[in-house]
Design a binder for this molecule. Structure first.
Ligand SMILES: Nc1ncnc2c1ncn2[C@@H]1O[C@H](COP(=O)(O)OP(=O)(O)O)[C@@H](O)[C@H]1O
Ligand SMILES: [Mg+2]
Length: 245
């Protein structure tokens, strides 16, 4: 089992879009995939048209009233299951705090799901006890970065945090919503590529990716021959080869 989380301190950078597309592509490659939507906004669950069952909540999972396996739901796609977000996820940090403030609880829960090849976790932004749990559980923390000067600052903050925790090896970044016509985007990419923490392939700003919200689906499923699919495919291949080598 390989656990990859989509994380950034910032919101609106393409975490969910990337999580949904990578999960879909890994499943199409034949891997058994689980997507865990840990953002209470539930956007990844929305893209996969899945809502949590009435009887369960993340609160019950943390409180040991429900097992993680019981929270898993099917999607309409082969090889992808999902743990959808429910509204109690907004209190997850507090629930973890009450649970001895452990940073290892998520990792402990995920141990029971060894039969999956890939687990993708869609995170909410920010530093928190939940984020620490995700970092600890993840084999790779995939961070989408929009190449603007403000993002460079965020990138440096996250990098320092991972360095401090001795987890810098897990931090792997890629550029999203790139507009190559913008000098700033080109300059920032050139600068950050020097850091060797970024994948070479990147995701441009493309309307087909925005249309995922209209189709409630990963981009490859409704636009298999689009440039957006080509870009996500190339990046996913690079990530897969990078993490599984
Ligand atoms: N490569 C892209 N090109 C164009 N729009 C994108 C791209 N990636 C994401 N978006 C759009 O940007 C918004 C934020 O993306 P999202 O994946 O939800 O970010 P996050 O999960 O980091 O908050 C959404 O409306 C999404 O449709
Ligand atoms: Mg999101």
């Amino acid at each position: 089992m390989f656990i990859a989380s989509l994380y950034n301190l910032k919101g609106g950078v393409g975490k969910t879009a990337s999580c949904v597309n990578f999960a879909y592509m890994a499943a199409k490659d034949g891997y058994k995939v689980l997507l865990w939507d840990l953002d209470p906004q539930g956007a990844a669950s929305y893209y996969y048209n899945v809502q949590p069952g009435v009887k369960w909540s993340i609160k019950k999972i943390i409180g040991n009233e429900l097992s993680l396996e019981e929270a898993i739901m099917n999607t309409s796609y082969e090889n992808i299951d999902i743990i959808p977000a429910d509204i109690s996820a907004r209190k997850l940090d507090m629930l973890l705090e009450e649970n001895n403030g452990s940073k290892k609880y998520l990792k402990h829960l995920l141990k029971k799901l060894e039969h999956y090849d890939f687990v993708f976790i869609d995170c909410s932004p920010g530093f928190s006890l939940l984020a620490d749990n995700v970092f600890y559980a993840s084999d790779a923390v995939l961070m989408p970065v929009i190449p603007t000067t403000l993002s460079v600052r965020t990138y440096e903050i996250v990098k320092s945090y991972f360095e401090e925790k001795g987890m810098l090896d897990k931090m792997m970044c890629f550029f999203t919503m790139v507009d190559v016509r913008k000098n700033m985007h080109n300059d920032v990419m050139q600068e950050l590529f020097k850091d060797k923490r970024f994948f070479e392939y990147y995701i441009p700003n493309l309307s087909d990716i925005e249309k995922m919200g209209i189709h409630h689906a990963p981009v490859e499923s409704f636009a298999p021959n689009s440039y957006a699919t080509t870009c996500y495919r190339a990046l996913w291949r690079e990530i897969k080869e990078g993490v599984l080598e």
